[in-house]
Write a protein that binds this ligand. Structure first.
Ligand SMILES: Nc1nc2c(ncn2[C@@H]2O[C@H](COP(=O)(O)OP(=O)(O)OP(=O)(O)O)[C@@H](O)[C@H]2O)c(=O)[nH]1
Ligand SMILES: [Mg+2]
Length: 478
């Protein structure tokens, strides 16, 4: 448990060298630290030009902009000092060394500034999570969702629910008190249960968007899979526009799963290249195949790559029609069957599969069946020449937009949030399952459990154990 009387400092800006570096100090000695470094305390919240010196040697370190934010109207709620320095390594090292010489100052832990802001009531826990997501957001859609979270989209909703729950709980408790006065007790209990029913509905509706919200944080997972040498790695490199995966004419080149992150018009997509799936005696390749199968089965979409010429010669049925129909991948049996549909197709939860007929450049013009059709989930491409790739990327973009793009922003974006909300709805469900008369005590207890779960969601109660987990994800200086 960190000591909150300590004054902490850290480099809050990115990796040097850079044009500017921001060093922040937070805690009761922040003003004193600034005084020691620049010889005075600037007017609150006013950028002031200052000469930064080492307090012991008096040596000038840099000319900087200094700011002072007295608490509690500061980001952490404590006194905060900020220096905007020239962003060189030696400048930063010299400034941090100077701060280290000042009594009761110490370097900040990861996320410690934000943790203090949370402890001082500046942010609730859902906003803290939104802040972490905002820092890591790579695409526009992720940024938008994180910002809404930081602004309290979920936190405010949860607080409003909690207030209503506490009212319902008070009614149920009144029901206990009046339980020997028949009518009054029934009446207040009915009102309590009516409120509980409405709340449960709203929470269930919110939970319905949860998987979309959680997915947007992680990105849509698209796995490239298929037989060896079909050109999977070449396709990944072509879509990623860089040589992320090794390509070779030897079957069995790729062993580990290679991951690239794409931003498709604001939607995050994680594209995976996997080992070609075949039976093999090589233990390393066998492990690669096992990983390929596992990752493909867990993906949101599988791009099943085959050689176009092979389809024409060896699987004539796959030129169009039957085998090209959109269908789902079941287990891995249909993978291993190449293009043949597995017997138990259409099992819910298995990822949809698109057939990518690669190497169309090798197919003789006369025999060529160019067959790109998103509705049929078949694409003819040449990963080597780039032919057909634009159409495939466009289809992926549309797919991602449809996957993420519901009109309403998702409120629940993390498993932690989903679980606490599920706890609350489960407690409400149990309260509603009780026969109203005579069981007021149980109803009141379940309502109390539900409001407690909502308190955990925003971080008002019971959070000590999860704080370390949440703040661990932050960088130092945030
Ligand atoms: N002509 C032609 N050759 C291609 C095309 N795509 C890939 N190749 C070649 O096919 C060979 C195999 O390509 P890879 O991308 O390594 O195939 P892979 O499916 O990743 O293979 P494994 O990792 O072994 O499963 C290489 O020699 C590529 O240059 C294409 O569209 N046209
Ligand atoms: Mg490969």
């Amino acid at each position: 448990m960190p000591n909150y009387r300590d004054t902490i400092y850290a480099l809050s800006s990115g990796r040097p060298p850079a044009a500017i570096a921001v060093v922040r100090v937070s805690g009761p000695r922040a003003g004193a630290a600034l005084q020691a470094l620049i010889g005075r305390l600037p007017e609150p919240r006013r950028a002031t030009l200052a000469r930064v010196r080492n307090p012991q040697s008096g040596e000038v370190i840099d000319d900087a902009l200094a700011l002072f934010f007295p608490g509690p109207a500061s980001e952490t709620g404590e006194d905060v000092a900020e220096l905007q320095l020239h962003g060189g390594r030696a400048v930063i090292a010299g400034t941090l060394a100077a701060l280290a010489q000042i009594d009761s100052l110490r370097p900040a832990e990861p996320g410690e500034f934000t943790r203090r802001a949370f402890e001082n009531g500046k942010l609730d826990l859902t906003a803290v999570e939104g802040l972490a997501d905002l820092i890591y957001a790579e695409t526009d859609a992720q940024r938008r969702q994180a910002l809404l979270q930081l602004q309290g989209l979920l936190g405010n909703r949860a607080e409003a629910w909690r207030t209503r729950l506490i009212e319902a709980q008070a009614l149920a408790e009144a029901g206990i008190d009046f339980s020997d006065e028949g009518d009054v007790a029934v009446n207040v209990m009915e009102r309590a249960l009516l409120a509980a029913r409405g709340l449960r509905q709203e929470m269930t509706d919110t939970l319905a968007g949860a998987s979309r919200g959680e997915r947007l944080r992680e990105g849509l997972i698209v796995a490239i899979a298929g037989p060896p040498n079909a050109g999977k790695s070449t396709l990944l490199n072509r879509i990623a526009r860089r040589e992320a995966a090794i390509v070779s004419p030897y079957a069995g080149t790729t062993r580990d799963v290679i991951e690239v992150h794409l931003d498709l018009e604001g939607y995050p997509v994680t594209l995976l290249d996997t080992a070609g799936i075949r039976d093999t005696d090589d233990p390393v390749e066998r492990e690669g195949v096992a990983r390929a199968k596992a990752r493909a089965a867990a993906a949101d979409l599988v791009l099943w790559v085959v050689e176009a010429s092979e389809i024409n010669h060896r699987h004539p049925e796959a030129r169009g029609g039957e085998a090209a129909e959109p269908r789902r991948v079941t287990g891995l049996s249909s993978f291993e069957a190449g293009l043949r549909p597995a017997p138990q197709d259409d099992v819910a939860g298995d990822p949809p599969r698109w057939i990518i007929r690669n190497k169309v450049d090798l197919v003789k013009d006369g025999k060529r069946v160019v067959n790109t059709d998103r509705a049929m989930c078949t694409f003819s491409v040449s990963a080597a020449t780039g032919e057909g790739i634009e159409a495939l990327i466009a289809a992926l973009t549309t797919h991602a937009a449809e996957f993420f793009g519901a009109a309403e922003p998702a409120l629940v974006t993390r498993e932690r949030q989903r679980r606490t909300l599920e706890d609350a709805t489960a407690a409400l469900g149990r309260a509603l399952a009780e026969p109203a008369a005579g069981r007021e005590d149980i109803v009141a207890e379940e309502l109390r459990l539900a409001s407690r779960a909502l308190g955990r969601l925003t971080g008002r109660v019971d959070v000590e154990d999860i704080l370390d987990v949440i703040f661990r994800d932050f960088c130092i200086g945030k």
